[in-house]
Design a protein around this ligand. Structure first.
Ligand code: NAP
Length: 249
């Protein structure tokens, strides 16, 4: 059955691939990102493939912007019942150099963003008696040098996911998390630059520690999200699926 899906941070990377995958699965997709024009390529690709999509500009950490975005989804695509909390940022630094702003920015987008979006969307899911929430965690949730803020946020999202699963299950709503390992996107490209490495060298370094001996693609993650959003996954809730080419980061 087709649903209305929302993917945050859908302008590029994992969010774009996920929006396209959910559209291919038959859903109408609202692509939310900080800049509406940045969503144009994702929306264009979905429409050229015969799907339905709209672009919406919103900062997921801003309560009023989130409410306006959900109102637009309802009026243009119908009540949303699938939500993928994918928007994310990095502000990496070793603890002794990490600023208050680095900490707050990461908590704000990942945790406050997922909270505001989920609180707004669950009202429609509960009314429909069906829903799917998928949160993007990370192997960094297990701990990662230079990422005290990001690792904390990604571990926090796992607790958030399990709590949503417990609270919303009786309304036909599941909540799960996908925790990617190294995925080739602008985010990891920027990390390579910060480390003074070429992206190719950074990929090679990560592949060395990956049992399946390749780097992950946004489509690898989109496939896992698609499963959690499917009818078939209705008895799977509160789970964290590491999609990392092996058992650990
Ligand atoms: P990306 O290429 O940097 O894309 C992230 C998108 O989120 C960007 O379009 C960004 O917009 C948007 N965004 C940032 N802050 C936002 C906000 N406040 N409101 C709305 N949109 C916002 O990242 P990615 O690599 O695809 O990662 C997607 C998710 O997967 C993130 O949650 C990330 O933490 C997680 N993840 C990624 C990897 C990996 O290896 N790539 C691994 C584990 C987990 P701007 O371009 O305007 O900033």
């Amino acid at each position: 059955m087709p649903h209305t899906a929302i993917v945050t941070g859908g302008a590029r990377g994992i969010g774009a691939a996920t929006a396209e995958r959910l559209a291919r699965d038959g859903n109408a997709v609202a692509v939310i990102d900080l800049d509406e024009s940045a969503c144009a390529e994702t929306v264009g690709r979905i429409r050229s493939a015969g799907g339905t999509a709209i672009a919406i500009e919103a900062d997921v950490a801003d309560t009023a912007a989130v409410e306006r975005a959900i109102d637009r989804v309802v009026s243009e695509l119908g009540a949303p019942t699938i939500l993928v909390n994918n928007a994310g940022i990095l502000r990496d630094n070793l603890l002794f150099k990490m600023t208050d702003a680095d900490w707050d920015a990461v908590m704000s987008v990942h945790l406050r963003g997922a909270f505001l979006m989920s609180r707004a969307v669950q009202a429609h899911q509960v009314t429909a008696g069906w829903g799917r929430i998928v949160n993007l965690s990370s192997t960094s949730a297990l701990g990662n040098r230079g990422q005290a803020n990001y690792a904390t946020a990604k571990a926090g999202l796992q607790g958030f996911t399990k709590t949503l699963a417990i609270e919303l299950g009786r309304y036909g709503v599941t909540a799960n998390a996908v925790a990617p390992g190294f995925i080739m996107t602008d985010m990891t490209r920027a990390t390579a630059e910060r480390m003074g490495m070429s992206f190719d060298d950074f990929i090679a370094l990560n592949v060395q520690h990956t049992p399946v001996a390749r780097a992950g693609t946004p489509e690898d993650i989109a496939a896992a999200v698609s499963y959690f959003c499917s009818e078939d996954a209705g008895f799977v809730s509160g789970q964290v699926l590491y999609v990392a080419g092996g058992p650990r980061a």
